[in-house]
Design a binder for this molecule. Structure first.
Ligand code: AMP
Length: 408
């Protein structure tokens, strides 16, 4: 199968070639024909499956017919990083056309966005809050929208954006094509699909399981040795670009400082950083200036960097869904990747849940020569222990890894 079979407008061939796409991915194969026929669409596809081009190509095809200089397609997405990535994808794929797009999101000045909108772009890529502001001021006009895309609907729900999304839906014409993308379907997202889509076709690709191109390994380790073990893993692994996830912005920042003291070219992506710092971290990571990026889940949402060879979960995520999203950052578009997860006994429940979803026991790895017995440092606000030395931790192994009672 190649892209010719979709019978896309011939002006899109240049963009597809420029993007380097030769064969459609499974979600593209299923969803592009349906989208071109004008159906409403619900696609279960996670980032990394090629889902962006799945809606971008039919949008460009449709917009090449009909009037210019008014916003006719609207893509609503949860984060600014994702908005910029979708916009980059549009720019590449629309290279052979004169269609134009603009991004709209908060956290940055409005002036450049207002200027872009006033030039009369045909495609808007927007986060909900700022779009509603600009629509209320009459700067973003939504009354000519013919195609509406709701991207990462589950994450928009997680982030509390669904009321804003509903307000946006009220502002676009009822006669339109709507495509909704989501990796998971909690009841609130199902409810939204029932309200916003009419007779939708459902397409599911890679449902709830990470890309098969990724290999997974768990590294049991006492909590206080996580940083040391991360150094050791990095030292012994041949990596290209490494994305490390930490649970909080504070932990992400602190780990990134420690890695930089070890001499790594490292940056971080979390909500304590300004939009400028985040953009420069992202650009530096994409172009290889930084080999490692330490991020939190929200900040790294939808991150599109092709060359990530390793994802390291410094902290186990809270849900299996978050694990799958994180891992979606590597092994993209049929490349291979490794996912390493540091686990402590507290993570036993999550490990069990993951193994259930992935229908496999994940291998437990220990690093030979790494000293798992180093005792935990004494907390400065506790009295120094008297008497015999603390009993050292046993080296973790598959067998010695005892289940723990649930947290909470
Ligand atoms: P996405 O799931 O849209 O974030 O896409 C993941 C990555 O795969 C992006 O870097 C895309 O440019 C790339 N990609 C999308 N479609 C194809 C394709 N048909 N062939 C090769 N790479 C693709």
């Amino acid at each position: 199968m190649n892209f010719n079979q979709f019978k896309l407008d011939s002006r899109l061939a240049a963009g597809i070639a420029r993007a380097g796409y030769e064969t459609p991915t499974p979600v593209q194969e299923q969803a592009i024909p349906a989208a071109l026929e004008g159906h409403d669409l619900i696609a279960t596809a996670q980032t990394g499956t090629g889902k962006t081009a799945t809606f971008v190509l039919p949008i460009l095809h449709k917009l090449l017919q009909g009037p210019r200089h008014k916003a006719r397609a609207l893509i609503v997405t949860p984060t600014r990083e994702l908005a910029e990535q979708i916009n980059d994808n549009i720019r590449t794929l629309s290279a052979g056309t004169n269609l134009r797009s603009a991004t709209v999101y908060g956290g940055v000045g409005t002036a450049p966005q207002v200027r872009a909108l006033k030039t009369g772009v045909e495609i808007l890529v927007a986060c909900p809050g700022r779009l509603l502001d600009l629509a209320a001021q009459g700067i973003a006009r939504l009354d000519n929208i013919e195609i509406l895309v709701l991207d990462e609907a589950d994450r928009m729900f997680d982030m509390g954006f669904l009321p804003d999304v509903r307000r946006i839906i009220k502002l676009v014409p009822p006669k339109r094509q709507t495509m909704l993308f989501s990796a998971t379907f909690p009841p609130e997202v199902e409810k939204l699909t029932a309200e916003a889509l009419s007779a939708p076709m459902r397409i599911a690709v890679g449902l709830t399981r990470p890309a098969h191109t990724v290999s997974h390994a768990l590294y049991p380790v006492p909590k206080h040795l996580k940083t040391a073990l991360t150094f050791e893993i990095l030292k012994r692994t041949d990596t290209n670009s490494v994305l490390i996830f930490a649970r909080t912005r504070h932990r992400a920042q602190s780990l990134s400082i420690k890695l930089s003291r070890q001499g790594y070219r490292v940056t971080s992506l979390h909500s304590d950083r300004t939009q400028g710092q985040r953009q420069s971290a992202l650009n530096g990571f994409k172009d290889g200036r930084y080999q490692i990026m330490v991020a939190t889940d929200i900040a790294a949402r939808g991150l599109d960097v092709d060359s990530i060879s390793h994802v390291i979960n410094f902290d186990m995520p809270d849900t299996a869904d978050a694990y799958i999203h994180r891992i979606g950052r590597t092994g993209r578009a049929e490349r291979t990747g490794d996912a390493f997860t540091l686990i402590t006994p507290e993570d036993d429940d999550m490990v069990r849940e993951l193994e259930k979803i992935m229908k496999q026991t994940l291998p437990r790895e220990t690093i030979e020569g790494f000293d798992y017995n180093v005792p935990a440092p004494v907390q400065s606000n506790q009295p120094a222990p008297r008497g015999p030395k603390p009993v050292p931790h046993r080296p973790p192994s598959h067998k010695s890894h005892k289940p723990h009672p649930p947290r909470r």
